[in-house]
Write a protein that binds this ligand. Structure first.
Ligand code: ADP
Ligand code: MG
Length: 619
């Protein structure tokens, strides 16, 4: 700012100097010398231009004109006569004399004027010098002024920039102030919360110290409880072992081989059999006792009495461990076998077969009825659900169970995987039954899927897949499913890690091929020959099953397991510690009477067998 003001001061000083010069030396118009040849004319003009000063000069010269001269002399020169030459000469001299005087006066004036002129020129020169000095100074001052202006412009720009910065800073300041206010508010709130927390902390500390005291008490209590618990655990384990032993004893008392007979209801559209064709006499304890007997009456047309009247029907009585008349529900059937499922969990191999002619209800018993009706669910889904829930309960006692499922079909002595997926689906790439390893008792089916299962949904998916695989096969070979054995195997492994105990056993659920014989009266066309081969294979494998059971029952040294793929695959689940249940499925129709009798006779033979005391597969 001071710098900005400086040129102004300088300017003021400069102007002051000029003013001084003007005051001390007033500049008048330059004087001009009057032309000497036309004195009078010049003299007359001078006063107009020079003002009072010129009047003074003319007065000094004494120019009063001829008229004034005459008045001075006091006499008016009269005109001399022509002859008066002497007088005229005198006048002329006189006149010359005046002129000379005038001339002298004019010379003096002139001299004076020249001096004045010199002086004026001198002054003009001085003034010129001064003027150029002043002009220089003016130029300098102007330059300075311009610089000043520029500087001022810069300064103004700078000032506006600073003002802008200032306003930004002010805005920032306002924001910061606002923020500061907010922070102060927050700080206050935090302080309040802190106080509250401190209060709570104090309360918690108090609670903690009382809790710590409580913990000490509880620890002591826990220690004593743990001891008690360990004792109880031992007791419980002892009880569990005892339960297993008793359960097994009970099963053995019921028989290691049991046979249940199930008669399916007459289906819609089927001829209703005559009353008395099938009878279900009540059990020994009366009608409340579940039936164990079944009577089948057969009228033989070939046998006639002597009188020619038709022979009375022959009555065939059969007795089994349990008989399920038509109308027995799936859950009732399962209830009877749930104990066997428990045996499988306890480590005893279990085999459940469904035997009977095609259409007698084997698949209905094993897998269930058509559709999604849960009431119609068969033994396989019910057994697995039961296993999963019991395994869950046993978990509380320290037992961990795992389950691996496989499902194969044995058709014409070839094994096919029913759980095949992808490209193998329905194609039935051949499978072989092999020992799991050298020296191992365990058998495995090569190329077959072994699927770990842990819930009902997974089992449902497997059964669905098996149905799909069978359906695909059916297109290639009609009704193949009834001409083959379906074997659902579930390998159960249980472990009690804390006690280092392990148990494992297979549960086998087998839907056997139709047991019907080929009608001997049928002509043997090329299709029938195939059918005959099939039937022979089925009959041979079913009779091998009967022979194996018989050999086991008679404790024969050789058991013909190898005579069929079915008995070979099931050899570890038959005999010894194993439990076996056979469902003999019977058709209620009179037209099926011979097949029904065949089935009932086969089942009766099996029912007479007793397999040696079972031992649990404990490791
Ligand atoms: P199989 O497997 O022995 O050839 P299925 O199980 O296929 O015989 O049964 C033949 C027909 O009879 C099927 O339509 C089935 O639904 C029906 N069926 C079988 N048993 C029963 C039953 N207990 N209750 C109702 N329907 C049954
Ligand atoms: Mg079937």
């Amino acid at each position: 700012m001071e710098d900005a003001l400086e040129p102004a001061k300088k300017r003021t000083r400069g102007l002051g100097a000029v003013t001084k010069v003007n005051i001390t030396r007033p500049r008048g118009p330059p004087l001009r010398t009057a032309p000497q040849t036309h004195g009078q004319t010049a003299a007359q003009k001078v006063p107009k231009k020079t003002g009072p000063r010129s009047t003074a000069v003319s007065t000094a010269l004494g120019w009063k004109g001829l008229g004034s001269m005459s008045k001075e002399n006091g006499k008016k020169p009269g005109k001399r006569p022509a002859w008066d030459l002497k007088g005229q000469l005198y006048d002329l001299n006189e006149e010359l004399k005046r002129y000379r005087e005038k001339n002298q006066a004019l010379d003096r004036d002139n001299q004076q004027l020249q001096e004045q002129l010199k002086e004026a020129q001198q002054q003009a020169k001085t003034l010129g010098t001064e003027c150029s000095t002043l002009e220089e100074e003016l130029t300098r001052v102007r330059t300075q002024a311009e610089q000043g202006q520029q500087e001022l412009g810069h300064l103004r720009a700078h000032v506006s920039e600073i003002e802008e910065q200032l306003s930004t800073k002010e805005e920032l300041l306002q924001e910061l102030q606002k923020e500061q206010l907010e922070l102060q508010e927050e700080r206050r709130a935090l302080a309040t919360r802190l106080e509250e927390q401190e209060r709570r902390q104090q309360a918690l500390e108090a609670a903690l110290s009382s809790s710590q005291a409580e913990v000490v008490c509880l620890r002591q209590e826990t220690a004593s409880q743990a001891t008690l618990l360990a004792e109880r655990g031992d007791q419980l384990h002892g009880l569990e072992m005892e339960r297993r032993r008793l359960h097994n004893q009970l099963q053995e008392l019921k028989g290691n081989i049991r046979v249940f007979c199930r008669v399916r209801p007459v289906l819609a559209g089927e001829p209703v059999p005559s009353s008395g064709f099938l009878l279900f006499p009540p059990g020994p304890a009366g009608p409340s006792d579940p039936p164990t007997c079944l009577s089948l009456s057969r009228s033989d047309d070939r046998r006639a009495t002597l009188s020619g009247a038709p022979a009375p029907p022959t009555r065939h009585d059969f007795s089994f461990d349990r008989v399920f008349p038509p109308g027995s529900r799936q859950d009732e059937v399962f209830e009877e076998i749930s104990m066997l499922v428990q045996s499988a969990l306890d480590g005893y191999p279990v085999c459940i077969f469904a035997y009977g002619q095609t259409g007698s209800g084997k698949t209905f018993t094993m897998e269930g009825g058509p559709g999604e009706d849960p009431q119609l669910e068969g033994l396989i889904p019910r057994a697995l659900r039961h296993l999963f829930s019991v395994a869950q309960e046993m978990n509380g006692q320290g037992w961990t169970y795992s389950f691996v499922a496989s499902y194969v079909e044995i058709y014409n002595e070839t094994v096919r995987d029913l759980l095949a997926t992808g490209t193998r689906k329905g194609q039935g790439g051949e499978c072989e039954i092999r020992r799991a390893g050298p020296g191992s008792e365990e058998l495995t089916v090569t190329n077959a899927r072994y699927v770990p299962v842990s819930c009902e949904k997974e089992v449902e998916a497997l059964l669905h897949l098996a149905r799909q695989n069978r359906a695909v096969a059916r297109t290639a070979q009609n009704e193949r499913s009834s001409r083959s054995h379906s074997v659902f195997q579930l390998q159960i492994s249980g472990e009690h890690a804390a006690r280092g105990l392990q148990c494992g056993a297979p549960l086998n659920l087998v839907d056997l091929a139709g047991s019907e014989r080929l009608d001997p009266g049928l002509a043997l066309g090329p299709g029938e020959r195939d059918r005959l081969r099939e039937t022979q294979a089925i009959n041979s494998s079913l009779s091998t099953l009967g022979l194996v059971i018989m050999a086991l029952s008679n404790k024969e040294s050789h058991v013909p397991y190898r005579n069929s793929k079915l008995t070979y695959l099931l050899q570890n689940s038959l005999g010894g510690s194993a439990k076996m249940l056979m469902f003999v499925n019977i058709s209620p129709l009179e037209e099926n009477v011979s097949e029904s009798l065949n089935s009932l006779r086969f089942a009766s033979k099996v029912n007479q067998c007793v397999i040696g005391t079972a031992r649990a597969n404990k490791k």
